[in-house]
Design a protein around this ligand. Structure first.
Ligand code: MN
Length: 273
């Protein structure tokens, strides 16, 4: 039986991050879970189309409604999307930033899927422009119950203990606390408040970090392209689950798009329609 450490140290595929990117596709907030089949079908169709639409893919958090990298197992609901990402990463660079729902990434994404992952923040070079991606949660002070839940969930000891639970016990447990991974409220007013906090933060970040050309955030589910000065922009692609929204960044522009599959996506076998 191979020693467990062999799994952790084996890099199975070289990361293709050194390949230059000139058309970066950006998406976030698909919130793939056990019951999100139509969102998942459209995402899989998009992943098939990625090489025709751009030459790099950046995912800015909350791809999954919950993700946890066990040492030897992955959550079953994530299998098809992880396999789709693996296929894309054989052809072009893929970047993944964690969100408040899927930040427990660890080495799985790099070692098994061949994509560059960071739990909080990633910089990507797009034709000489520096694109900085962060999910965008936690920009405001959080107190009370929501703050406590976030501190508990984010603590390394919590991850360690959760990893010891059998997935058939741990994952259903998360199904019950999942809604609390958010910022506490999900109504239109809360989303608008979150979008406004992000815009203020983005403006300040671009003002104080002149080396950043494009700042990308997600999380609020509100699509935004906000020009800061010539060729410097804050982009929020909106939520993939909200009708296939995505963004495109190239050497000069940052744009919002919606994906429409060329053909109706093949239904997932056995999935409720
Ligand atoms: Mn989020």
């Amino acid at each position: 039986m191979p020693h467990a450490r062999a799994f952790a140290s084996r890099i199975r595929r070289p990361l293709p991050c050194a390949v230059p990117v000139t058309r970066l596709l950006v998406l976030a907030d698909a919130h793939i879970g056990p019951a999100t089949h139509s969102t998942e079908q459209s995402l899989l169709a998009f992943l098939d189309a990625v090489p025709d639409l751009g030459d790099g893919l950046l995912i800015v958090g909350d791809l999954f409604d919950f993700w946890f990298s066990y040492r030897r197992a992955i959550p079953r609901h994530a299998f098809r999307v992880a396999a789709g990402l693996s296929a894309v990463s054989r052809r072009l660079p893929v970047f993944l930033v964690g969100g408040n729902h899927d930040r427990w990434g660890t080495p799985f994404w790099a070692e098994e899927v061949g994509i560059r992952y960071a739990p909080r923040s990633l910089d990507v070079d797009v034709a000489g422009r520096k694109v900085r991606a962060i999910h965008g949660d936690g920009l405001a002070e959080r107190g009370g119950k929501v703050g406590l839940v976030h501190r508990l969930v984010g603590h390394p000891a919590t991850s360690f203990l959760f990893g010891l639970l059998h997935p058939d016990l741990g994952l259903p447990l998360v199904d019950r606390i999942g809604p609390r991974l958010g910022d506490g409220r999900n109504d239109a007013a809360a989303m608008a408040a979150s979008a406004s906090r992000q815009a203020t933060w983005a403006h300040e970040h671009l003002r104080t970090r002149p080396d950043v050309d494009v700042l990308v955030m997600a999380h609020s589910h509100v699509p935004v392209v906000q020009q800061h000065e010539v060729r410097r922009v804050y982009l929020n692609p909106g939520a993939w689950l909200d009708g296939g929204r995505y963004g495109l960044i190239d050497s000069a522009f940052a744009e919002l798009h919606r994906f429409t599959p060329a053909a109706p996506p093949r239904p997932i076998e056995g999935a409720p329609r």
